[in-house]
Design a protein around this ligand. Structure first.
Ligand SMILES: NC(=O)c1ccc[n+]([C@@H]2O[C@H](COP(=O)([O-])OP(=O)(O)OC[C@H]3O[C@@H](n4cnc5c(N)ncnc54)[C@H](O)[C@@H]3O)[C@@H](O)[C@H]2O)c1
Length: 386
């Protein structure tokens, strides 16, 4: 059996999710390759050595520059914050490593394009972490659309709502600093529904939108990871220079219309990603917090008995589910990462392009940039001008 030796950069939120995924792929899927978890990388030796032990990595590094040149590593997985994606990916590609990179691909559209050009020039495999594509119910949604069951798509309606930064004294984490994250609610949350909309409905044609920063300064951070952080009481404040909330409308190349909302100021909503698609023969709706379910309305159903049906996308006949448990034994967030890693190593083994790729990352960054420009200009922006 072929082997793939992995080196992972980052050991916190996504680092843990990806470590778990690499461990589970071979256990649950008929994986065509053996995955070896060779090394995990972080800057703090105490933290990364503990993560290596806890997550089951063979070794650790405190410098990504060293990691990407190691001969015993063939796949570099990047889960550092977004400002580090490009520099690590370019070096990994130059060293001939296959690359998995978390979303958003880069801080800017230009950087994302540079990353795509580099992986293509160096002939390495590449995938981006749009993990919500890998929920079985989303795959089922795609199958139903591709089978023509909801007909011509007329509307896409998506939102990604969180509430974790409403307190004005919540600290200035890296997700609120443009130089580290590139974009706020739009790039962090919106990137996911932009990708889902592209996956399910096709390319965006034009957008118009508005972005807002509600809380303009916050206490500087003492320590931070993932979505949490701590700050000293009375700590010095720093400027928030990214959007707290973004709304936009869109037209798709196929003529459909879209309405989108990304925010971290929706009280009561924790990780509320939802997308609804209306076609002329039916509708589909996916809500991530009920990720095992898909709502489907078919206008072909008998009159008088029509209504949204709730499909439990948890049987072996549903995408990815045959690898897991008996029908109705539902799966969760972490499984989406297992599925995306299965896709990546399977693609590498088969010598076919992985999906979603860095090209999908670039297209997503293009829509993000268009929404930012539209918001600045207070006017619609055509995607093909970027
Ligand atoms: N797919 C998803 O749903 C999803 C969810 C959360 C985050 N993300 C993305 O994943 C990335 C990381 O987010 P997170 O929430 O895991 O962040 P985090 O703050 O929890 O972890 C970041 C990790 O990167 C490490 N790191 C930072 N700079 C580094 C450097 N120069 N060299 C080596 N290691 C470095 C940190 O030590 C830490 O271990 C971001 O790009 C984010 O947008 C994706």
């Amino acid at each position: 059996m072929k082997e793939i030796n992995v080196g992972l950069v980052g050991y916190k939120f996504m680092g843990k999710a990806h470590s778990n995924a690499f461990k589970r792929v071979g256990m649950f899927f008929d994986c065509p390759v053996q995955i070896n978890m060779r090394a995990i990388c972080g800057r703090d030796e105490a933290g990364v050595s503990k993560a290596a032990r806890k997550f089951g990595w063979d070794s650790y590094e405190t410098s990504w520059e060293k990691l990407v040149t190691r001969d015993d590593i063939g796949l570099v997985d990047i889960t550092a914050p977004s400002d580090a994606h490009k520099v690590i990916a370019l070096a990994a590609a130059e060293n001939g490593k296959n690359i998995f990179c978390e979303k958003p691909l880069a801080l800017s559209l230009e950087d994302a394009r540079e990353m795509l050009a580099s992986v293509e020039k160096n002939g390495v495999a590449h995938q981006i972490g749009f993990n919500y594509r890998f929920a079985p119910a989303v795959r089922l949604m795609k199958q139903i659309i591709d089978d023509g069951k909801i007909g011509a798509i007329r509307h896409v309606r998506a939102s990604y709502l969180q509430d974790f930064i409403i307190d004005p004294d919540f600290p200035l984490i890296w997700r609120l600093q443009k130089e580290v994250c590139g974009s706020g609610s739009l790039g962090d949350l919106g990137a996911h529904f932009i990708d889902l909309a592209r996956y399910l409905c096709g390319e965006f044609k034009s957008v118009a939108g508005m972005q807002k920063t509600f809380i303009k300064s916050r206490p500087k951070v003492q320590s931070m990871t993932g979505l949490s952080a701590s700050a000293d009481a009375g700590a010095e404040r720093g400027e928030v220079d990214v959007d707290d909330g973004t709304v936009f409308i869109a037209e798709f190349a196929n003529g459909a219309l879209g309405v989108f909302e990304a925010t971290r100021f929706a009280q009561g909503h924790k990780n509320d990603l939802s997308i609804e698609i209306n076609g002329d023969k039916g509708s589909l709706k996916f809500v991530f917090e009920r990720m095992n379910e898909l709502q489907y309305f078919s206008a072909a159903d008998e009159p008088g008995l029509q209504g949204f049906r709730l499909i439990q996308a948890s049987e072996g006949i549903h995408p990815y589910m045959s690898a897991w448990w008996p029908a109705g034994h539902v799966i969760g967030y972490e499984h989406t990462f297992v599925h995306e890693m299965f896709e990546f190593v399977s693609a590498i083994d088969a010598g076919r392009p992985a999906s979603p790729s860095f090209a999908d990352g670039v297209e997503c960054s293009r829509v993000i940039r268009a929404v930012e420009l539209a918001s600045e200009r207070r006017a619609a922006v055509d995607i093909d001008t970027l």
